[in-house]
Design a protein around this ligand. Structure first.
Ligand code: SF4
Ligand code: MG
Length: 317
């Protein structure tokens, strides 16, 4: 039973002169209850826009989003406000997540008040409970953001996301702004909380090591579309899409400290503009396996195995 189902979700933005930015272009995907789904791809591929569309921070241009059995594609008003309690976002940058002029206690109190928890002691109690879950002391509530470390702030971001007892969290690069030494702590915290609170997670990351560590299943996104989905071990041991293979190779190279420029050279340049995506397979201008047919014919999704989907004409080569 999926918690979230995306069916052909499209998000376009006007780009002037009648053109459209194809940020998200026909994404179909399910996220099961209790699952951790990784969403990977280069920056600009539409991961964050997809997240914002799912969370209804922006409305889909087309397609359907079903959450917990309800079509939420166009919910508004009180229904949307109620939905916001169930779905939360953990931002990339903990340093910019809180109002710098406000004490953290005030920042944490606001969402509870906004969602109608009138009793001050009850709010205090809920905040204390969540601080405890993320491993922070209550005295931090009297501090301003600038008086905290990045790791403390990211724990605060997570505490705030959990205040309203959501079922579903999207974490967008939750550790990329942190020191390497703190990254593992935050990732471990997310795993613990997920189990304790029965959360379903979507983890957006360009770092495949993070995804490998944390996720049950992985979706690979390229230029607004999902090009491959598989169970984690299947994806890492048996990647089928040429783009996934390059990402994995680049991640290995990075581990061996050859640096990120490696990725760019293997991929033959920058991704094309989402304003005018290439015809046929969108990956063809950069694909090492591209053939004539790839320039004109959009590949259909193939199923190399149970739960494994790949969109490439030559996935079995
Ligand atoms: Fe490469 Fe062609 Fe497969 Fe696209 S369809 S990923 S261009 S081989
Ligand atoms: Mg992003």
């Amino acid at each position: 039973q999926p918690l979230l189902t995306l069916d052909g979700v499209v998000k376009h933005y006007p780009a002037g002169r009648g053109k459209q930015v194809h940020s998200v272009d026909g994404v179909s995907l399910e996220v099961g209850k209790g699952e951790v789904l990784g969403l990977v791809g280069e920056s600009g591929c539409g991961k964050s826009t997809l997240a914002r569309t799912i969370l209804r921070a922006v409305s889909a241009t087309a397609g359907q989003i079903t959450f917990d059995g309800e079509d939420i594609t166009r919910v508004k008003g009180a229904r949307l406000k109620a939905l916001r309690r169930s779905m939360q976002f953990v931002f990339q940058d903990p340093y910019g997540a809180f109002d710098p002029k406000m004490r953290l206690g005030t920042s944490l109190d606001a969402p509870l008040r906004h969602h109608g928890m009138k009793d001050k002691a009850e709010r205090r109690g809920r905040i204390a409970e969540m601080l405890d879950r993320v491993g922070l002391e209550e005295e931090i509530l009297d501090r301003f953001p600038r008086e905290c470390s990045g790791g403390q702030l990211q724990r605060m971001v997570i505490a705030r996301a959990l205040l309203l007892k959501p079922k579903f969290l999207i974490c967008d690069e939750p550790t990329s702004a942190l020191d390497a030494s703190i990254r593992a702590q935050i990732l471990n915290l997310l795993v613990e909380l997920k189990d304790q609170l029965d959360l379903t997670l979507v983890l957006i990351s360009h770092d495949l090591r993070v995804v490998r560590y944390l996720c049950d299943r992985v979706a690979v996104m390229y230029l607004g579309q999902i090009v491959e989905v598989a169970m984690r071990d299947d994806l890492f041991s048996n990647p089928r899409h040429p783009y996934t293979r390059v990402l994995l190779a680049a991640s290995l190279a990075e581990e061996e400290k050859t640096g990120e420029h490696e990725l760019v050279s293997q991929l033959r340049g920058e991704p094309p503009s989402p304003i005018d995506p290439p015809a046929g397979c969108r990956f063809h201008p950069r694909c090492p396996l591209a053939q004539e047919v790839c320039h004109t014919v959009v590949p259909e999704a193939a199923r190399p195995g149970e739960g494994h989907l790949v969109t490439c004409h030559f996935w079995d080569q």
